[in-house]
Design a protein around this ligand. Structure first.
Ligand code: ACO
Length: 366
């Protein structure tokens, strides 16, 4: 038998070359195709950055208008998808509803390789699925998407059914840009694995949604809100966190497989959140909890280099724009769909089935 190298959790294993993003975990840097993600979040819009990731360059005016109108033209859900969502019991969580709704868009059958038209159609519909379900849960009649609004503004409009606040749109746009893409994370890898079998785009993204849902990945920000609620006051931060660490629990919003310094997205989102929440006691408590948690993590997990990840201040931004915590992870899916699709296109352009091995440690038959 050949010598096998084992890497639990595939840590340190490079499975693909990519032109999409560089995640530099040592220096805390994030690049999307030759641009700092942080600068893109400040200067560009959701559609411009999606264009960069999908087509390889920032769009000129004509290209941007074309992409915007293609997204607008694809926002409406087929009536059978709405009818199916209406059949799902109200206690089923939003990520499961999104996973189901997206999987129903799979009328492309076994269409492979994926096309840009499919990518645009899917990206346009993900926010509509989430907003449609949210309106139903709140007992409101879902509003139809608006063709005069950009992707982020329309998402907020559909979620609330009212004209979106511009400061909220800008803050949410920054969040959605900063989370569009992030290298070979668990959900992206899941999507690439499915796509590598020459299965269709919808199946690949359905798998990615399932991976994003987990609390160790995209499910963390609602855990941050829950933790903040339980902590309640600055005085309670240290005893609460100490007890959690003594019980071997994980502090949500801290730690990252790649970043061994502060996640650059966390830094940028802290600024975005502070602009909206300067006077909010919740935000003041969050910055205090961060400080105490960093000290205690160093005490309980010395040398592990556990810092704030994207989810900590993502929770602050989404809370500040008025989203309930049940929408945090689905909103992450709204943005990450762009990165998933970019990776699935990249996988298809140079495909080889992803098929690692396992090391048999059971007994041999006599
Ligand atoms: N709180 C307490 N301890 C932690 C934390 C944490 N948040 N994160 C890691 N550790 C500890 C582990 O207990 C382990 O300690 P040990 O060596 O004494 O057993 C050590 O640090 C290494 O942990 P691993 O699980 O091996 O680290 P890994 O790189 O596999 O995990 C992960 C990364 C899953 C993100 C982890 O840090 C974690 O669970 N964080 C909390 C959940 C979270 O915020 N997830 C969002 C990540 S960002 C994203 O996916 C978009």
């Amino acid at each position: 038998m050949s010598q096998q190298v084992i890497s639990i959790g595939l840590e340190g294993i490079v499975v693909a070359e990519t032109e999409l993003s560089l995640v530099d975990g040592i220096n805390g840097l994030l690049v999307y195709r030759n641009h700092w993600a942080r600068d893109l979040a400040i200067e560009k819009t959701f559609e411009e950055v999606a264009h960069l990731l999908w087509y390889g360059h920032l769009p000129d005016r004509e290209e941007l208008n074309r992409l915007k109108s293609q997204l607008v033209a694809n926002r409406t859900l087929p009536s059978y998808v709405k009818a199916a969502i209406d059949l799902i019991p109200s206690d089923v969580d939003m990520m499961s509803v999104l996973r189901t709704g997206v999987s129903l868009l799979g009328n492309a059958g076994h269409d492979w390789p994926p096309t840009m038209d499919q990518v645009i159609s899917l990206t346009a519909k993900v926010p509509t699925i989430v907003a449609y379900r949210q309106a139903r849960l709140e007992g409101r009649e879902p509003v139809e998407p608006r063709s005069d609004l950009d992707h982020t503004a329309n998402y907020l409009y559909m979620l609330k059914g009212t004209e979106p606040n511009q400061a909220h749109v800008r803050a949410l746009d920054a969040y959605l840009i900063l989370t569009q893409e992030h290298g070979m994370n668990a959900s992206t890898f899941s999507g690439r694995v499915v796509s590598s079998t020459r299965s269709d785009l919808i199946s690949a993204v359905t798998a990615a949604i399932g991976a994003l849902k987990g609390p160790l990945h995209g499910g963390a920000p609602s855990g941050v809100i829950e933790m903040m609620e339980q902590i309640g006051t600055p005085e309670n931060a240290e005893p609460w966190l100490r007890k959690a660490l003594e019980n071997g629990e994980r502090i949500m919003g801290f730690g990252h497989r790649v970043y061994k310094t502060r996640d650059p997205r966390s830094e940028a989102l802290q600024v975005v959140a502070s602009q909206l929440s300067a006077d909010d006691p919740w935000f003041a408590l969050a910055t205090h909890v961060e400080k105490v948690a960093l000290k205690l993590l160093e005490e309980y997990k010395p040398g592990r280099k556990l810092n704030t990840n994207v989810e900590f201040y993502a929770a602050a931004v989404m809370r500040a724009v008025g989203l309930p915590d049940t929408l945090f992870t689905p909103t992450f899916a709204v943005s990450r769909t762009v990165g998933w699709c970019a990776h699935i296109l990249e996988q298809a352009a140079n495909n080889r089935i992803i098929r690692p091995e396992s090391l048999y440690i059971g007994q041999m038959p006599k």
